[in-house]
Design a protein. Structure first.
Length: 290
C-alpha cells in the first residue's frame, strides 16, 4: 500500500494553536443523547457525561466532540431548548478541569453560539452550514474552526436509496462549494476542515469506495476528518453488532491513516490510540523510543 503525503495545517483556537498533520489526532465522542446508535442514554446524566469526558481525556484524546442530538439514520430532531439543556452544562463543567479542544456537534446556530460562550472551540456541523442560515454567521463572528461534512439528504431520509452518478466528483464538489460559501460569509479558509461523511447517505459500497480512496480528498487542500467508528457498514460486512465493531473500525482507520487523514472521530479512544500510534510509525517507517 502506498502511503499518501499529509500536509500540516494549523487551527487557531481560543487559547492555543492546534497543529494537524504531524501525527494522527483522535477526536473522542461524547454523546449526551437518548438515541445515539452506539451509546444512546449512557451519558445523558451530567455526572455520567463528565465521568466519560474524564475517561476520554485520560485515554489520550486530542479533541472532545460533544453532541446532544443523534444524527443516526432516521433519527428525529431534538428541540432547541432540550439540546441546550443537555449540552451547555456539560461543556461548562469540562472546562472547569480541562483545556482539551472541544467541538460542539450541532447544526443549530444558537446551540453553537452558547456552546462557544461556555467554552467550546470548534463547530462540527453535519449539515455543512446548510440547515440553519445563522450558523455561518456564528462561525464567522467567533472566528472558530468549522468542520464541514457531506451528507446526502437529512438524517431522517439520508439512507433511503442514496444514489450518486459520480461518487467522488459529487462529494468533492459539494465540499468545495460549502468551503466557498463559508469563506464568502466571513469564515477564514484556514479554519475549515472537511469530512466526507462516512455513513451519511451512503450505501455499504459507497463507504468502502470512499475509505479505499480517501486520498482523493486532499485535492480540497483542507484538513480531513473521518468519522467511521462503529458505523453500520462495518457491522454489515462483519455481521457484528455495535459493541463488536472495534476491530473493524481499527482496520478502517488504518486505511485512513495511510491515506493521510488528519483526525479520526472515535468512540473507544484507548483502542484507537494504539491504532494511531502504530499507524503513524508505519507511515514514517520509523520509531523513536520514548
Amino acid at each position: 500500500m502506498t502511503v499518501q503525503p499529509r500536509h500540516v495545517y494549523s487551527l487557531r483556537l481560543r487559547s492555543k494553536t492546534l497543529l494537524l498533520g504531524e501525527r494522527t489526532l483522535l477526536m473522542g465522542v461524547l454523546n449526551v443523547t437518548t438515541d445515539s446508535f452506539t451509546d444512546g442514554g449512557n451519558y445523558l446524566h451530567p455526572e455520567a457525561a463528565l465521568a466519560q469526558a474524564r475517561r476520554i481525556i485520560t485515554e489520550g484524546a486530542d479533541l472532545l466532540d460533544v453532541g446532544a442530538e443523534s444524527t443516526r439514520p432516521f433519527a428525529d430532531p431534538v428541540p432547541l431548548d432540550l439540546e441546550l439543556q443537555r449540552v451547555i452544562p456539560v461543556i461548562e463543567q469540562i472546562r472547569s478541569f480541562s483545556d482539551i479542544p472541544i467541538s460542539i456537534d450541532t447544526y443549530k446556530a444558537e446551540v453553537a453560539r452558547q456552546a462557544i460562550a461556555a467554552g467550546a472551540d470548534i463547530i462540527n456541523d453535519v449539515s455543512a452550514l446548510r440547515f440553519d442560515q445563522q450558523m455561518v454567521k456564528v462561525a464567522a463572528a467567533n472566528g472558530v474552526p468549522v468542520i464541514l461534512m457531506h451528507m446526502h439528504g437529512t438524517p431522517r431520509d439520508m439512507q433511503k436509496a442514496p444514489h450518486y452518478d459520480s461518487l467522488f466528483s459529487e462529494i468533492i464538489a459539494f465540499l468545495e462549494q460549502r468551503v466557498q460559501f463559508a469563506m464568502a460569509n466571513g469564515v477564514d479558509r484556514h479554519q475549515i476542515l472537511v469530512d466526507p461523511g462516512i455513513g451519511f447517505g451512503k450505501t455499504v459500497t459507497h463507504n468502502l469506495l470512499l475509505m479505499r480512496d480517501l486520498e482523493r480528498f486532499h485535492v480540497l487542500d483542507r484538513p480531513i476528518l473521518v468519522g467511521a467508528s462503529r458505523k453500520r457498514f462495518i457491522g454489515t460486512i462483519l455481521q457484528r453488532d455495535v459493541d463488536g465493531r472495534e476491530v473493524g473500525s481499527g482496520v478502517v482507520h488504518s486505511l485512513a491513516i495511510a491515506a493521510g487523514v488528519h483526525v479520526l472521530r472515535v468512540h473507544d479512544v484507548a483502542f484507537h490510540k494504539q491504532v494511531a500510534v502504530l499507524g503513524d510509525c508505519l507511515r514514517a517507517g520509523a520509531w523513536h523510543e520514548p
